[in-house]
Design a protein around this ligand. Structure first.
Ligand code: ADQ
Length: 464
């Protein structure tokens, strides 16, 4: 079989790929390990000031070649911190109010994509299949095509694709979608992302889209589009969640709860995750059900990310303020309502905390998929499962419709769902859990990867 080359903004280390990493890393590493292949991208290091020019650093681990490059300070500022995370991320999550456009940053975004493509070129073989991931790398295939690469190239967008009216807020929207059309296969997380993409193609780009949305003709190219829902490996998660139950930190947390009920939330610290609204819903619960004061705790794990982007500094300050305010209002001498933890945890520890909790509270304002929701379901004990309270704006809500689905803007709706979750009879919890677990099994991480790669391998190569 043709070799797989995976390209993503960040490349996990060999150790991360086998152990603590989630989602993309576990999924693609599995495929690379089986057939051998290359994983190419940024190492996470910032090297020098102008444009980085050292070639990729190669680490061979079994059949997998990890090829990473450093970015210069300027490249990082313009490509990563600037256009990717201060423009594309907010707009694609419907937060135009937080978006900031700078022409030089956009030029940097395209320049770094072209430079990364040049770095990959010497590693490519003629029949390699190239799979590019996420919004940082939309122009990557176009750059490879300009350099004469005729291989099959696919793209998967991990975040939502916004409705055309929203995408128009990105000044170079037309160039970006045109670049997207240089791929052979473009994959999305949900049906509504695919529909939004098709709408743009028809209304803005004056292209055509087949009735099922899967065949797209635009900008003089023909490509396939599709929905490939990213998943998890539920049985691995269940086994590890159970195994780690006896670990010291998990036992300590359980002991410190003293039979109080536990609501668990885990997110990167990001404004798209709806954490402030969630805190207010928990506050409302304590107001409307005073018997729960002292009887339930919310543990919110939220390690800071993108801390050098201004809107992330604001959300962090706001959450510290909200957690402090609510804790000041309700805490007792031996009870803190919200435990707000700004750090990363070992993945398997998180899974056993999920298993130890009564409610998984996952309420993003927008989310491509949200793997935490899937991990929460997978980690439960089927005999005594916790209840998932899930935002309708997470991609995962389309599959996990047996969760308690809430609107994250409706504080009362969320607090009522929490109350319902905390008092749900065992039989109903088991029934909902069974349905959700079946959905996870039907569409696990292997299915996501394999269906995408089958579609990519099926296209005719050599259409620059
Ligand atoms: P994210 O926005 O990062 O991913 P999510 O899908 O929930 O969101 O994945 C986060 C991962 O990080 C999970 O596996 C979670 O367990 C882990 N994690 C979170 N906090 C952690 C902590 N404190 N310590 C250790 N691990 C932690 C993007 C998109 C999503 C999409 C994924 C995958 O925004 O919508 O589901 O990519 O496609």
């Amino acid at each position: 079989m043709s070799r797989l080359v995976v390209v993503s903004n960040r490349v996990a280390t060999p150790t991360e790929s086998k152990g603590s990493a989630g989602g993309l890393a576990v999924g693609v590493f599995g495929a690379l390990k089986d057939t051998g292949g290359v994983w190419f991208g940024w190492s996470g290091e910032i090297v020098g000031e102008g444009t980085a020019n050292a070639g990729p650093e190669i680490v061979q681990d079994g059949a997998v070649t990890f090829a990473t490059v450093g970015l210069s300070r300027r490249d990082y500022d313009q490509y990563y911190r600037g256009f990717s995370n201060a423009m594309l991320w907010p707009v694609f999550h419907y937060r135009n109010d937080l978006a900031r456009y700078d022409r030089q940053e956009y030029a940097g975004y395209r320049r770094v994509n072209a430079w990364l493509a040049q770095q990959l070129l010497p590693l490519l073989k003629p029949d390699d299949v190239i799979w590019v991931h996420d919004y940082h790398l939309i122009p990557f295939a176009e750059a490879l095509r300009l350099a004469g690469v005729k291989n099959r190239i696919g793209f998967f967008l991990h975040i939502p694709f916004p409705a055309p009216q929203v995408l128009l807020n990105v000044p170079p929207h037309d160039e970006l979608v045109k670049s997207l059309c240089c791929y052979d296969v473009v994959g999305f997380q949900t049906e509504s992302d695919l529909v939004a993409f098709g709408d743009y193609i028809v209304r803005q780009a004056h292209g055509t889209v087949s009735r099922d949305g899967r065949t797209v003709d635009a900008y003089g190219r023909s490509l396939r589009a599709g929905v490939y829902r990213i998943g998890v490996f539920p049985d691995d998660i269940a086994a590890q969640a159970k195994r780690f139950e006896t670990r010291k930190d998990v036992r300590e947390l359980k002991a410190s709860l003293k039979d109080r009920k536990l609501i668990m939330s885990v997110d990167r610290l990001d404004y798209s995750k709806g954490i402030a609204e969630r805190f207010r819903a928990f506050e409302r619960l304590l107001e409307t059900a005073p018997e729960l004061q002292g009887a339930v705790s919310l543990v919110q794990v939220a390690p800071p990310t993108r801390a050098d982007v201004q809107s992330y500094q604001h959300i962090r300050q706001n959450l510290e303020y909200e957690a402090g305010r609510i804790n000041g209002r309700f805490s007792g001498l031996d009870w803190t309502p919200i435990r707000y933890l700004n750090r990363r945890y070992d993945r398997w520890v998180l899974m056993s905390l999920f298993r130890a909790s009564q409610v998984g509270f996952v309420t993003p304002l927008r989310d491509g998929m949200n793997l935490v929701a899937k991990e929460y379901v997978a980690a439960q004990d089927p005999d005594d499962p916790g209840v998932l309270v899930l935002s309708r704006f997470a991609g995962a809500a389309a599959e996990l419709d047996a969760a308690l689905i809430v609107n994250p803007h409706d504080i009362l709706d969320m607090s009522e769902a929490l109350q319902r979750a905390l008092t749900m009879p065992l039989e109903e919890r088991q029934d909902r859990h069974r349905k959700m677990l079946a959905a996870l099994r039907r569409n696990d991480l292997g299915v996501w990867r394999d269906t995408f790669l089958v579609d990519l391998r099926a296209v005719r190569p050599g259409m620059p």
